[in-house]
Write a protein that binds this ligand. Sequence first.
Ligand code: DX5
Ligand code: ZN
Length: 212
Amino acid sequence: MTDPLKTPEIIPSLFAADPLRYCDALKAVERSECRRIHLDIMDGHFVPNISFGASVVAAVAKEFPRLFREIHLMVQNPQQHFEAFIKSGAQRLFIHIELAPEVLAGAVHCLQSKNIDWGFAVNPETSIETLQTYQDWISKTQHLLLMSVHPGFCGQTFIKETYERVKELRGHFPHLKLCIDGGIRTPEAQRLQELGVESVVMGAAFFKKVSV
Ligand code: DX5
Ligand code: ZN
């Protein structure tokens, strides 16, 4: 029987913390059982918000080297920034599959030539059929970041259709480790655990729970 209190691995999203207290927030992450940190990069074009850049990733890497750094790139031209993020200590990069096709092709080609762990991030409205057209690329990756909110902001409401999408994705791409991102609190995390999800990003709910 599934343990009802079990959740997938929780990966806190720094973007949801008080920007004037990132250091305290990261100390709270270290004190918790979490071993990874999710860093949301937004350029104000791919999503209607701006977050932070490679200098923040470098500072996190320097001061909190034990936290595995995964970078969620919500930017129109990610390839332009790969070098900077890798240099600053990124350990896994996620690029959005909804990028313009030629931009996506260039980015995938570039990532495949680098010694970096990477995967696709997928928006709530992107169909499984669309993903199937990228089957070849997806089969070469191990991780998929499935959005359960429209990207751009933390503290949004979890989109319930995500549960069905998880089941579909599991069926079509059984090799993938799924990480679900957006609007997740403990109840959603528990339900996702029952669906076999490996990890969840938690922003607002995480930083509300821990004392920073
Ligand atoms: C949304 C981001 C998420 C977000 C998670 O664009 O990709 O990672 O910061 O925060 P919560 O859990 O508050 O939705
Ligand atoms: Zn994210």
